[in-house]
Write a protein that binds this ligand. Structure first.
Ligand SMILES: NC(=O)c1ccc[n+]([C@@H]2O[C@H](COP(=O)([O-])OP(=O)(O)OC[C@H]3O[C@@H](n4cnc5c(N)ncnc54)[C@H](O)[C@@H]3O)[C@@H](O)[C@H]2O)c1
Length: 271
């Protein structure tokens, strides 16, 4: 059901790689809720061309941009304003990649070139995006920026390797930039801490299947899927959450507040 929550709003949506991507679902919902937006991804991620079907479905244009490049981001925000006919109201950062994780390198033996690459792509890109938007004055007053994160920023998950530290940085950038941008332009910046989700990035994590089942068994509501994450992000882009900023918001079916569940105790064989 659509509520027209984003009627008249313009946005930029990063990270829609394929139909499993969380950003893909967010784009579909944003379209249903009346928003117009530009889609963007790294040029290399567009080779398969899947994003074009999403663009067609949502009446959007696609602007390639490597989120680590200030030049690409400047072009993205400049062109988006031209295409959309004004400043944007919302921005989604849905970008994550760790070479250490991809190569199954244990956290204690992290390769530092890979580590720095992970920081640049998955955390610093958020700062760069916000900095470019601020310099160009590209976001309307009251606009909303959301980045996706994971709870490994607060608690240790060994298989999440260097991405745990990188997500902690991402969440910190949301707070730090949120202060400055909020004071100057009332722009809101939050992170959404999402359940394990079956996407390309998610399933690239070693042991993802078992962990997905474990989180499912802990969470009273079960794991939150990409569609429900999209719904939550839409509320954050809408004016209904106009006073929410600098927060890390858990969207995880209750996982983060549950110590242990009966289901897990039963699985362990405890009567
Ligand atoms: N899937 C999960 O379990 C889960 C859980 C919590 C948070 N998240 C976060 O959600 C976000 C989206 O991931 P997803 O699960 O939808 O997977 P996904 O693989 O569909 O999306 C990751 C996106 O990052 C893009 N990207 C990588 N390098 C880039 C660059 N240099 N410039 C621009 N874009 C680049 C990829 O092309 C891809 O579209 C990530 O930040 C991820 O960490 C995912």
């Amino acid at each position: 059901m659509a509520y027209n929550l984003l009627k008249g709003k313009r946005g930029i949506i990063t990270g829609a790689l394929n139909e499993n991507s969380i950003a893909w679902k967010i784009a579909e919902k944003a379209h249903e809720e009346g928003a117009t937006f530009v889609l963007t991804n790294a040029p290399v991620a567009m080779r398969m061309g899947e994003i074009n079907s999403l663009a067609e479905k949502t009446g959007s244009q696609v602007i390639p941009a490597d989120a680590t490049s200030v030049e690409d981001l400047t072009n993205l925000f400049t062109q988006s304003q031209e295409i959309l006919g004004g400043k944007v109201d919302f921005v989604l950062h849905s970008i994550g990649m760790s070479v250490n994780m991809r190569k199954n390198i244990p956290y204690t033996e992290s390769n530092y070139d890979y580590f720095l690459k992970g920081i640049d792509i998955s955390a610093l890109s958020f700062h760069k995006m916000l900095s470019v938007a601020r310099k160009l004055d590209a976001i309307n007053e009251g606009g909303s920026v959301v980045a996706l994160t994971y709870m490994a920023a607060q608690r240790t998950y060994p298989f999440y390797t260097d991405m745990a530290d990188i997500k902690a940085m991402l969440e910190s950038i949301a707070r730090s930039f949120g202060y400055h941008y909020g004071l100057e332009k009332k722009v809101r910046i939050n992170t959404v801490s999402q359940s394990p989700t079956k996407t390309t990035a998610g399933t690239g994590i070693k042991g993802f299947g078992d962990f997905f089942d474990y989180a499912q068994a802990i969470s009273p509501l079960g794991n939150a899927d990409a569609e429900s994450c999209a719904d939550y992000c839409i509320t954050l882009f809408s004016d209904l959450t106009r006073m929410v900023t600098m927060q890390n918001l858990f969207h995880d079916g209750g996982y983060s507040s549950t110590g242990v569940s009966n289901e897990v105790m039963t699985k362990l064989g405890v009567e």
